[in-house]
Design a protein around this ligand. Structure first.
Ligand code: HEC
Length: 153
């Protein structure tokens, strides 16, 4: 008999305590959010927004291809360290107001040096007279694509 009473008391105790817990969670009167996974913010980060750099534009994608094919053997791909040739980031600033000459340089740097341009001559000397390849086949549009890739943030 004592045992039955004990069991009953135990049952009562458990029942009331679960009721309190459930009531705290609003259950069963108001189902807690946990029952509805759709409401739960899993906080999964959108990987595409998580990259340090913004996605390349179509123009920059074209520029990247051209860069890898023609320039990456001498100019570092990270654009900020020197290699056989100087780091290219900031190059449009260095040639500001002289864009036509910059385009001419990329097509044929030796011709620009031969024209006697002071900046070009100094740069050539600074790099121990090492010659950059000529790229007569690159169009102005190609060069625009290249510069847009080189200067991307
Ligand atoms: C064979 C190596 C080589 C290749 C390939 C090359 N460059 Fe160069 N580049 C150089 C060197 C070396 C210089 C430094 C000037 C000099 O010595 O003629 C230079 C300088 C430059 C400059 C001037 C940098 C400044 O700070 O004003 C630009 C712009 C440039 N290169 C763009 C390009 C582009 C764009 C390509 C690809 C289409 C390319 N280079 C391919 C070697 C190269």
């Amino acid at each position: 008999m004592k045992f039955i009473l004990f069991c009953f008391a135990l049952f009562l105790f458990c029942w009331t305590s679960t009721c309190t817990i459930n009531r705290q969670a609003g259950f069963p009167f108001e189902a807690p959010d946990l029952l509805y996974p759709a409401k739960i913010d899993l906080n999964i980060k959108d990987k595409s927004n998580d990259q340090k750099k913004p996605k390349l534009t179509e123009q920059q994608v074209r520029g990247k291809k051209l860069f890898r094919r023609n320039c990456a053997s001498c100019h570092r791909r990270n654009m900020v360290d020197d290699m056989t040739g100087p780091a290219l980031r900031g190059v449009t600033k260095r040639w500001e107001g002289r864009e036509t000459l910059l385009y001419a340089w990329i097509k044929n740097s030796q011709a620009v040096i031969a024209s006697g341009d002071a900046y070009a001559t100094a740069l050539y000397k600074e790099w121990d007279n090492s010659e950059m390849n000529a790229f007569p086949k690159l169009t102005d549009e190609d060069i625009l694509d290249l510069l847009s890739y080189i200067e991307r943030e």
